[in-house]
Design a protein around this ligand. Structure first.
Ligand SMILES: N[C@@H](CCC(=O)N[C@@H](CS)C(=O)NCC(=O)O)C(=O)O
Length: 305
């Protein structure tokens, strides 16, 4: 079976969520580095223009959103607690809030000249300008309410105080071993502390020790491949058989699927499965042959074309 291929970039928090989970499971994976903003002409044939990162791929199956990616990691590693479906409603609610409201508060609170300087050192001034323009436009079209720059540090501190209490009696947020909640909480704080170099996390010693424990898992057994090789892998593979869904409406029809929160770019294809936790689109391009693109249900909307 093909290895998991991750399409990602270094400074992406949601990519770090997946990389850290790959480290925890010790999995072998292949890495394709993508630009921090569209256009991504060699990813588009696989993900159909879906614009958020990370995207994962196993052969001719493509996984959009870290929720479908972590489900694959949970399945491949035999650790159900790394997928939302394997966790309690309390954990799912924690992840929902942490991956949206807290994530935005962290990114807004981390922003500033120091972060831009670090980004510029890793890229170029032109990339920094293009990135800022892209993210301003992204914010303008977003359908979610985010904390203002004045309020964001307060939201982050409240979250950090909650984690500090949770970590009083146990090494991970919900027990003696990590579950998906640890990786969701980790990536935004990694962005604040390790990418932006912000002192916001400093007054929370247990949180810092827990972050160090997660960082110590490493990133698994990674090998680099080119985007062209990822396209060839898709073309050489056959999409996997799908389980029967519980909802036949729109299955077999031409549809678009788009995020309903931010980065609202629609992906077109034929709906081939409506599963309890996700949708699957079939798409065909000359570069990839037939591929199946998987999306979570939550946070995505399907429309007939
Ligand atoms: N819900 C998505 C969020 C992914 C996300 O927001 N990724 C950021 C980079 S870490 C991104 O691509 N932002 C640009 C955009 O949303 O278009 C997931 O879990 O994968």
């Amino acid at each position: 079976m093909s290895e998991l291929i991750l399409h990602h970039y270094a400074m992406s928090p949601f990519s770090e969520k997946v990389r850290a989970m790959l480290g925890y499971t010790g999995m072998r994976w292949q890495s394709v580095i993508v630009a921090p903003m569209p256009p991504r002409p060699l990813l588009a044939p696989l993900a159909g223009g879906y614009r958020k990162i990370p995207v994962a791929q196993i052969g001719a199956d493509v996984f959009c959103d870290s929720r479908t990616i972590t489900r694959e990691i949970a399945r491949l590693s035999g650790k159900p607690e790394l997928a939302l479906e394997g966790c309690s409603e309390e954990v799912r609610e924690f992840v929902r809030r942490t991956d949206l409201e807290v994530f935005f508060a962290c990114v807004i609170a981390a922003g500033g000249p120091k972060l831009l300087y670090r980004f510029w050192r890793q890229t170029s001034l032109m990339t920094v300008f293009r990135f800022l323009k892209d993210r301003i436009e992204l914010g303008r079209t977003a359908k979610v309410r985010t904390a203002s720059p004045k309020k964001a540090p307060g939201v982050v501190r409240e979250h950090l105080a909650d984690l500090e209490i949770r970590l009083e009696k146990r090494p991970f947020l919900f027990g003696d071993t990590p579950n998906i909640a640890d990786f969701s909480a980790y990536h935004s704080l990694w962005f604040i502390r390790d990418v932006a170099g912000s002192p916001l996390t400093a007054p929370y010693p247990r949180v810092n020790a827990w972050m160090d424990r997660i960082a110590a898992f490493g990133q698994g057994e990674m090998s680099s491949i080119t985007p062209e090789q990822a396209l060839e892998t898709a073309k050489a593979a056959t999409p996997r058989p799908l389980p029967a869904g519980d909802d036949a409406s729109l299955v077999g029809e031409a549809v678009t699927i788009a995020p309903s929160d931010y980065g609202l770019v629609p992906v077109s294809g034929t709906l081939v499965a409506a599963l309890p936790d996700g949708w699957v689109l079939s798409r065909h391009t000359a570069q990839t042959g037939s591929v199946q693109v998987h999306f979570p249900r939550e946070g995505f909307a399907v429309s007939a074309r």
